[in-house]
Design a protein around this ligand. Sequence first.
Ligand code: ZN
Length: 212
Amino acid sequence: MSSFEQQTAGKAPFALPPLPYPDTALAPVISQNTLGFHHGKHHKAYVDNLNKMVPGTPFADQSLVDIIKNSAGKAEHAGIFNNAAQIWNHTFYWHSLKPNGGGKPTGAVAAKIDSDLGGYDKFKTDLAAAATGQFGSGWAWLVVSGGKLAITRTPNAETPLTKAGTTPLLTIDVWEHAYYLDFQNRRPDYTTALIEKLLNWDFANAQLASAK
Ligand code: ZN
């Protein structure tokens, strides 16, 4: 089981998973200050909220992934879905980044970016467009769906995890809390910096392998 899978496999009460690197490791692109707030306050708040919400519900005995899938699209469970999905999305985001990452991919993902997405340059343009074009809060994703790579975006807490036959490979958090301290309102600059300097292609390749 990968460290990402281990960090998202448990049941309530959920714990805040540690970052997969020191909180200084992504500087200067993402500062220690941003990681401190984003992980230590925002991500932690979703964990604390969910732990308050699930006792006494049918979700109390379910894994995080099952809670997300079983509450998705149900208005009466919106609070549980939003907090559970934000826990998973954030843990996924931390693993989608690494120090000295970014640039051109390697391995099976590289070949599929060429065959399915028109090559690396087009991938970069299209992922940046998905991230900057998401109105308000949300997420941009590289996924494999039905055996083909695709770029997608989701609003608020929504996640491609709930789509049948779809496995997320990488994500970029475009909630303002992800970039405001370092980039203020310049979401395009944040997005470009992540694509060029931080994307974790090893993680994307491991996710792709797990989808087969
Ligand atoms: Zn976030």
